[in-house]
Design a protein around this ligand. Structure first.
Ligand SMILES: [Zn+2]
Length: 267
């Protein structure tokens, strides 16, 4: 069974998302967490999760979307209200992005910290987006040792991955780990303890090799899991079941509550 720990099925590239999701859930995908980037997107994610029993929501405001929301305090209270929905399992994706210009570092940090404080208050795990901002992300999350944190589509160094996982953080790899030039991601994957490892598509983006450039979906995680299994020297079946368990543990999802996943074979 596949657990896609980070996807964006609200994206307009998914023209018939409900049909696609139904076929994925009928065909080896056990659970998906859909990450949101704004208040509006979080609402749409929750609607999608209401339609698909094994789909769960991360609700939050992405650093590149903070200009589309209003005042920080009112936006974060809206996220707090949405996080009370029974299908909401995490705050995310939140963080810092110093890649897409122009960006306002101070404003990004304010939204990031305020949503971390929300997660601590409501006792929810957090999914972090970190692009070209490792140093500041590291500094900020150090103030939240008690919050359960996942670094999604990890792009930092092996050394930082070692420190993060020692501090109890989780790390998720996307299709990037299958790319030919993925040396950095592969080195990081090598040092992440198996009980802190998750897999994700970040779809529709980051389709793994050999599907690079196509519209990605959760079924393609077989390639990502296959590459990680190779790196870790375990079987694909073990990689899928270990990352499934890890994701359930991270998101506090009771596996027995998932609908109709027992006895389904994908390999
Ligand atoms: Zn994402």
């Amino acid at each position: 069974m596949i657990f896609d720990s980070h996807a964006h099925y609200n994206d307009s590239k998914f023209e018939d998302r409900d049909t696609l999701l139904s076929s994925l859930f009928a065909d080896g995908v056990g659970a998906i967490v859909n990450a949101s980037v704004s208040v509006v997107d979080s609402k749409r994610t929750l609607e999608l999760c209401e339609a698909h029993p094994n789909m769960f929501a991360a609700v939050g405001i992405h650093p590149s979307d903070i200009d589309k929301v209003g005042r920080l305090d009112s936006a974060v209270s809206e996220i707090e209200a949405l996080a009370a929905h029974p299908k909401a399992v995490a705050v995310g994706e939140i963080g810092l992005d110093y890649y897409w210009e122009p960006y306002d570092k101070d404003k990004q940090k304010a939204f990031f910290i305020s949503q971390l404080e929300l997660a601590r208050k409501i006792n929810m795990p957090v999914v972090i987006h970190d692009r070209e901002s490792h140093g500041d992300v590291d500094e900020i999350i150090r103030a939240f040792p008690d919050v359960k944190i996942l670094l999604h589509s990890y792009s930092g160094s092996a050394e930082w991955a070692r420190e993060l996982t020692k501090a109890g953080r989780y790390i998720s790899f996307s299709g990037v780990v299958t790319f030919k030039n993925a040396r950095k991601a592969v080195e990081a994957a090598e040092v992440v303890p198996i009980d802190k490892l998750l897999i994700e598509t970040d779809c529709p983006y980051l389709a793994p090799t050999p599907l690079r450039g196509s519209v990605n979906h959760s079924g393609n995680l077989l390639y990502t899991a296959g590459r990680l299994a190779e790196i870790k020297g375990i079987s694909l079946e073990d990689m899928l079941s270990i990352t499934f368990e890890n994701a359930c543990k991270f998101y506090n999802i009771d596996k027995s509550m998932l609908t109709d996943i027992s006895g389904k074979e994908i390999l």
